[in-house]
Design a binder for this molecule. Sequence first.
Ligand code: 5GP
Ligand code: MG
Length: 170
Amino acid sequence: MDARLSSLISPEEIAEKIRLIAFEINRQYKGKELTLIVVLKGAMCMAADLMRLIEVPFTVETVRAESYGARGTTPGELTLTGIERLEIAGRDLLIIEDIYDTGRTLDKISQALLEKNPKSLKTVVLLCRKSAPKRPDFTLFEISDEFVVGYGLDYKEHFRGLPGIFILHP
Ligand code: 5GP
Ligand code: MG
């Protein structure tokens, strides 16, 4: 894949923030049981790292959100799959998502999950745009409007395995 990348956030910085967020989640959910809702595919890396530091009992579910696909950096129609089969009434939910950009994806997922009457619903995101209209409950890093890849995030399905986060230059 031919593209120019420049480093934005290092693996060490990510690891440090994951520890801080896990500490906060462990504190807030002490004595409770969580259901983690991992939004595929972008949140895979963060979910894998975060769940190994969560000390309260939890189960894991996945939902899939697709908007970019092969189009690269231009969002298209948003499709959600995997929500129908979830049995989450009365559960404490924590959505794990890669990036909060316009908020369209997380808002739509949150709405669909709330229709199933969970006990509570919070969100943790790896990245949040400084320009975003709202703030998730937990954010690891705030970034500007550049298109980024790595640590789960893709450009046309590539670069998800980079250990850090990189700006993709067009
Ligand atoms: P939103 O619905 O909040 O506008 O966008 C969220 C979704 O858009 C994310 O789940 C992610 O898949 C995609 N997205 C937004 N910005 C970026 C970016 O800079 N890089 C990548 N790889 N995906 C992005
Ligand atoms: Mg995504």
